[in-house]
Design a protein around this ligand. Structure first.
Ligand code: NAP
Length: 242
């Protein structure tokens, strides 16, 4: 792929799929929290830019001609920074905006906006499975006496008498999720509405078992010059712009 120099903002499986199609002149950028691939043709940079101003300086200094935002839908800060920096540096800002999962007939989704609403919604339950990242690890000393938490996230962390921490990285299969749910007898699932296939199986199993899902609402994301729902459509647009 020739085209102008791309700055691809990633940290998701979709972003990695895009990065694999980029040639040596392009840059794949990661925050540095997860795995850093070492088998890409494009260059990889790791770490923050120093806010939107830092990113605008980077865009200008590195002669970037297009910013491609394929970050996670809950990574709202980097998307806001990218939109602002692209505007300031006068380069187009394209974004992959993965569609949210939709509840199906019979699903019991309880939408919450923040941690306080989330813990209120969890009050009636005893064995929640948290699948929304590391945030619960900061609240392990606030677990109500009637609850035992299972927290699945990327970070390794010691179990406590009141919580089990499962360090795991998706994708998660339906069979694997069925086995986990059968073993642990969760009575509620806590999730972000990430969309995509990689982590959707837990919702399928919650449906099979009639479990409620406490769902953290998606944050507002900035408008992009072009938005795509699927990696394939984005790659096609890049090829057309070549
Ligand atoms: P965030 O709150 O939107 O961003 C926090 C800061 O991290 C940004 O201001 C930026 O620092 C830096 N940053 C984030 N993404 C970056 C990137 N791709 N390249 C360079 N710097 C980046 O993001 P977050 O929620 O902490 O997520 C961090 C990363 O993990 C993101 O890349 C995201 O795609 C990935 N991820 C997030 C989630 C989630 O649920 N939030 C789930 C899966 C993967 P500066 O301001 O210094 O530039």
């Amino acid at each position: 792929m020739k085209m102008k120099r791309i700055l691809l903002l990633g940290g998701t499986g979709d972003a990695l799929r895009i990065a694999r199609q980029l040639g040596a002149e392009h840059v794949y950028s990661l925050a540095g929290l997860g795995k850093v691939p070492d088998d890409l043709a494009c260059s990889v940079r790791v770490g923050g830019f120093g806010g939107s101003e830092g990113m605008a300086r980077y865009i200008e200094g590195e002669d970037i001609g297009l910013v491609l935002d394929a970050t996670h839908p809950y990574a709202a800060q980097i998307s806001a920074n990218a939109a602002q920096a692209s505007r300031a540096a006068r380069v187009p800002y394209w974004a992959l905006r993965r569609p949210a999962w939709q509840p199906q007939d019979g699903d019991d989704w309880r939408m919450v906006g923040d941690w306080t609403e989330l813990t209120d919604a969890l009050a009636p339950f005893r064995k929640p499975l948290f699948t929304l990242g590391r945030e619960p690890l900061a609240h392990l000393d606030e677990i109500p006496p009637h609850q035992f938490w299972t927290v699945r996230c990327l970070d390794a962390h010691e179990d406590t008498p009141r919580a089990r921490i499962l360090a795991a990285r998706g994708p998660f299969t339906l069979e694997g999720e069925r086995a986990l749910f059968a073993l642990q007898a969760f009575d509620v699932v806590v999730s972000k509405n990430s969309g995509g296939n990689a982590t959707e199986a837990k919702l399928e199993v919650a449906r099979e078992r009639g479990l409620p899902v406490v769902m953290l609402r998606r944050p507002e994301l900035p408008a992009a010059d072009r938005e795509f729902e699927r990696v394939a459509d984005l790659l096609e647009a890049l090829q057309a712009a070549d």
